[in-house]
Design a protein around this ligand. Structure first.
Ligand code: HEC
Length: 315
């Protein structure tokens, strides 16, 4: 009898045979899974929302291409009829120029799938498709696009490239698909009228962006050096009365020094300096407290900056 009772209570075979009892079991299992799942989810919520796909920025997606140092070139005048002729040599030259200048966006084969173009809106044009051209597929319109760029897109103007090279790239693009209409004589005449290819052009000298930035940096390096040395003094020497004052009136010492440094040497005098302080402009790195400075305190600061070589180096 006790054996029978025991069987009654946990007769698993019986349980399996009765679907209504499993439903109960499944229900409990599902609830348990939801609870554990929820707990895991909450524990890892930071990781779940973390963006694990790296942003699409890499060396080949830089939006400005470093231009090469180039002496301005003179392109001698050429006949538009000759320019409009796609010879195999011109197409080959255009292919190479295209690969270095345009393929990053338009793709190696001109399908609009270059790595730098993936995140652009509007997307770079697919040169194999007839749909959706903004300026158009005609020779004159292709030239206009490359000459002027397309406003509101990352298609910039390439007017600095000699026009013969621009024609070469255009001829290469036109060789990619059979749909490009042949230029009409009227179209060519109009192009000559607009761009005066027969007169030739001279492109200006160019220096690479990095060198331009370097030049700017050397020019301002002296300023940066003085600002840094004064800043170092301001941070360290708390015994000087002038420095205690500066710490009191500056909301941002570097900004303050920078603004002072931007005062033209010809304006550097006590009155100008005093107005500068009393205006207590936040943009100049000053706190409102600066407007309450006493005349002798202003004098102290004026002497401090004048004597610390800060302005002397600029006069
Ligand atoms: C930085 C990316 C980028 C580079 C580099 C670039 N393009 Fe484009 N280009 C675009 C984008 C984006 C469009 C689409 C513009 C639109 O639809 O408004 C476009 C469109 C065009 C068009 C089609 C204009 C039309 O009528 O719809 C031509 C032609 C073209 N590019 C030629 C060139 C040539 C030639 C070069 C190289 C000298 C070049 N592109 C380099 C981004 C680029």
């Amino acid at each position: 009898m006790p054996e029978k009772k025991y069987q009654d209570e946990i007769d698993f075979r019986e349980v399996l045979r009765s679907p209504s009892r499993w439903k109960g079991a499944i229900f409990i299992i599902v609830i348990a899974l939801i609870i554990t799942g929820g707990e895991i989810y909450l524990k890892n919520i930071d990781k779940i929302f973390e963006n694990r796909i790296p942003p699409r920025i890499g060396p080949d997606t830089l939006m400005f291409n470093e231009i090469e140092m180039m002496k301005g070139v003179h392109t001698p005048g050429q006949n538009i009829e000759d320019l409009a002729k796609p010879t195999p040599e011109i197409i080959e030259k255009g292919k190479q120029l295209y690969a270095s200048t345009c393929a990053s966006c338009h793709g190696a084969e001109g399908k609009g799938d270059g790595t730098a173009g993936t995140s652009l809106n509007p997307k770079p044009r697919n040169f194999h498709s007839k749909e959706g051209w903004k300026n158009g597929m005609e020779l004159s319109n292709l030239f206009r696009t490359v000459n002027d760029g397309i406003q509101g897109s990352s298609m910039v103007a390439y007017e600095y490239i000699p026009f013969t090279d621009r024609f070469a790239m255009i001829h290469y693009i036109r060789s990619l698909a059979p749909d490009y209409p042949a230029p009409t004589p009227a179209e060519l005449a109009k192009m000559e009228q607009t761009y005066r290819f027969s007169e030739g052009t001279t492109t200006p000298n160019k220096i690479p962006v990095s060198i331009a930035i370097e030049n700017l940096a050397t020019e301002s390096k002296k300023d940066v050096d003085t600002i840094s040395s004064v800043f170092a003094k301001l941070s360290m020497d708390s015994t000087s009365e002038a420095i205690t004052l500066i710490n009191k009136i500056a909301s941002d010492k570097k900004t303050l020094l920078n603004s002072l440094n931007n005062i033209k040497p010809s304006n550097w005098n006590h009155d100008y300096f005093s107005e500068f302080l009393i205006s207590a402009s936040r943009e100049n790195g000053l706190k409102p407290a600066a407007s309450n400075l006493k005349p002798e305190q202003i004098r102290k600061l004026y002497d401090y900056f004048s004597q610390n070589g800060y302005y002397l180096s600029r006069q």
